[in-house]
Write a protein that binds this ligand. Structure first.
Ligand SMILES: *Cc1c(COP(=O)(O)O)cnc(C)c1O
Length: 419
């Protein structure tokens, strides 16, 4: 057992649904992102089922994994979307997504992005400052439109996660302080091209406890009551994303318990609940498949140099994140087990995928870097002029190529030599 649903050993060979990683590597090469349709579908369904008793909209956070095949599967399941750029809006539209189920988050939306989103008639703008509200009012006025707005407040709750992915503390750049929300709503009564439709927050990512979600929801409910007593009508309450997943030995709450907590903390209000899950939807539905190029034994360390690197999967280098690394073929007992440093070919000491992994390896062995479905490919770069990996989606015994591996020519196709 790999411990990740959709990913299992059969006769000692790691399979995604019914297809072995060996077969995928032969057909599509490495490095390659591999996703399970069943794993994605089951995560989405778990969210839906947990919300059965409550009016709700699931707005998948596109930045976690923005491949249009993935977005399209979510469209077909009924999902809405949380976008953070005009580019993501175009992806959602290309994938067949409904702008009326799309919310637009982010601290730095520019005028072009606002125009694009207004023209598409999105569900709402999650506005993060008074300055942004002023610009949105002006642009909506130019277009003779009324912008639907939800104010993102910063509830000042400690998400107890990595500082780079904590967003709901008062020192973070996100949202407006709870104490200022009322004043902003009041000020904006005079903005003719703004209509407040919601209230929202997002306190961070990879949360493994329910407490912070509960605290944030309660602060939101209090604020909502205060705004309503001022005569404001609000149609939805957006509680953001952030539910964590198991990378190794974390014990995050189940999707069911998480949603139950949100519903319980907001039971005294009737507004529709929106959530914006990213990682919990797709994180454990994907892996990064890589091949061992060289084994290098020094007096201090045993290195396995693999063909995937920090440009393909940045999380270990960026956050010191841990991903399980599993052999595509298990129990090669003829080989000696070592504590391997799993490193890529990039010229940075931070270029590693895992430290001290007990593996028995030989040249050419395939490895699966698990839980790489979220913030994997979407954060990939071309550093060291490396083409980004291919992406494939497994559905039962069928494998679909959902993104071709980039060619080197594509990498410099937009560059020009001066005369
Ligand atoms: C990143 C982000 C999300 C998704 O967070 P996850 O931890 O992946 O669920 C949701 N909402 C906003 C505003 C975000 O920035």
């Amino acid at each position: 057992m790999s411990g990740f649903p959709g990913f299992d050993y059969r006769n000692n060979a790691l399979h995604v649904e019914s297809v072995s990683l060996t077969q995928i590597a032969e057909e599509f090469g490495t490095p390659c992102y591999v996703y399970s349709r069943a794993a994605l579908t089951s995560a989405y369904q778990e969210f839906e089922d947990a919300f059965a008793q409550r009016e709700h909209l699931i707005c998948y956070a596109v930045k976690a994994n923005s491949n249009i095949a993935i977005l399209n599967l979510l469209v077909r399941l009924g999902s809405g979307f949380d976008i953070v750029s005009g580019g993501e809006l175009q992806r959602v539209i290309k994938a067949g997504g409904d702008p009326q189920k799309t919310v637009f988050s982010g601290v730095g939306k520019n005028a072009d992005e606002m125009r694009m989103a207004l023209a598409a008639n999105i569900l709402c703008f999650n506005v993060e400052s008074l300055a942004e509200l002023l610009l949105l009012n002006q642009i909506a006025g130019d277009m003779n439109k009324i912008a639907p707005v939800s104010l993102r407040v910063n509830p000042d709750v400690d998400a107890k996660t990595h500082p780079y992915i904590s967003t709901g503390l008062k020192e973070n750049k996100f949202g407006v302080p709870v104490e200022e929300a009322e004043r902003i709503y009041q000020t904006a009564q005079q903005f003719p091209h703004i209509r407040f439709t919601g209230l929202d927050c997002h306190i961070g990512s990879q949360l493994t406890e329910l407490g912070p979600f509960k605290q944030a929801s309660e602060k939101m409910i209090n604020l909502l009551a205060q705004l309503q007593s001022q005569g404001l009508k609000i149609e939805h309450l957006d509680l953001g994303g952030g539910l964590g997943i198991r990378y190794t030995d974390e014990t995050p709450p189940s999707i069911k318990d998480y949603v139950a907590t949100l519903c319980a903390s907001t039971s005294q209000v009737t507004q529709r609940i929106l959530i914006e899950p990213g990682r919990a939807m797709i994180g454990n539905a994907g892996l990064l498949l890589t091949r061992t190029e060289y084994l290098k034994h020094t007096p201090d360390r045993n290195f396995a140099v693999v063909d995937a690197a920090m440009n393909d999967l940045l999380r270990p280098a960026l956050y010191g994140a841990y991903h399980d690394i599993l052999p595509a073929k298990k129990n090669n007992t003829a080989l000696q087990t070592h504590d391997y440093q799993i490193v890529g070919p990039i010229c940075e000491t931070g270029d590693f995928l895992g430290h001290d992994r007990k593996l028995n390896l030989t040249h050419g062995d395939l490895l699966a870097v698990m839980s790489a479905g979220a913030y994997g490919m979407s954060m990939a770069s071309n550093y060291n002029t490396r083409s980004r990996p291919a992406e494939v989606l497994v559905d039962g015994d069928t494998v679909y190529l959902i993104r071709q591996r980039e060619t080197i020519e594509q990498l410099f196709a937009t560059e020009t030599i001066v005369p």
